[in-house]
Design a protein around this ligand. Sequence first.
Ligand code: NAD
Length: 254
Amino acid sequence: MRLQDKVVLITGAGSGIGKSTALLFAQEGATVIVNDLDEIKGKETVSEIKDKGGEALFLHADVTNPEHVKTMVEAAIAEFGRIDVLFNNAGISGVGAVHEIEPEAWDRIMSINVKGVFLPSKYVLPYMMERKAGSIINMSSCVAEIGLARRVSYAATKGAVLALTKSMQVDYAAYNIRVNALLPGTIFTPFVENYLKTSYDDPTAAIESLKQRQLSGEMGKSEDVAKAALFLASDDSKFMMGSPLYIDGGVVFG
Ligand code: NAD
C-alpha cells in the first residue's frame, strides 16, 4: 500500500484521469477527497471507491471560484485534519487558432486550467506548510512543449501550469513540499472523445491520426496517467522536485 494513511484531494475526479487516479489511490490505502463540478459524476466515483472497501468523500466546488475552493479545503481539513497530496487535475479542452478564438472562450479555459490550479494550491498550501509535508501534482500536457495545430489556448494553459509548477517548487521546497507536473500525450477519456466529436467531421479518421502521432501507435488510457500520479504522490518520487513527468507514448507531433 503506497498511500496508506494519506489524505488526498483530487480535483475533477468525476471522470477520466481524475476518476482513475481516485480509484487507484484508494486501492493504495489513501482516503480520497473527490472534487468535481459535476456532483453526479463525483458521487459515482465515491460510490465505486466505497463499493471496493475504500474511503472517500465528495466535495463539490468549481475550481475557478475562490469561495468554493476555500470552503472545500476547510471542509476537508475539518473532516480529516490534513491534506497530504493535492492533485490539481480538473481541466477543459479548447480548439482554434488565435484568430478563431473568442475572448470569452480564452478567459474560460485560462480560468479553469490555470486559476483552477492556483486556487486549490493557495488554500491547501498553508496546511502543508504548517506540517512541513506535502506533494502537489499539477496537470500539464505534452502540448506545453510541442506545437500542435489549432490548440493554442489549451497549450498556453498547460505551458502556464508547467511554469507555475517549477516556480511553486522553488517557493515551497523549504517546507518539504514537492510540486511536480504530469505531461500526458493523448489519453482516451470523455475529454478527448468530446473534443474529437466537436472538432472533426470524421472522428474515426481523427482517432487514427492521433494514434499515429504517438510512437506507441495507440492512445494512452487514464490508468496509465493514474500510475504516474501514484508515483508522484508517493515517497517513491521523493527526489523529484519541480519535474515534468511525460506519459505520452513517445509523442511525435509535427
Ligand atoms: P475529463 O473531461 O474526463 O475530466 C475532467 C473533469 O474535470 C470532469 O469530471 C469535469 O466535470 C471536471 N471539471 C471541469 N471543470 C471543472 C471545474 N471548474 N471545477 C471542478 N471540476 C471541473 O478529462 P480528462 O481527459 O480526464 O482530463 C483531466 C485533465 O488531464 C485535464 O486537466 C486535461 O487537460 C488533462 N490532460 C488530458 C489529456 C487527454 O488526452 N485526455 C492529455 C493531457 C492532459
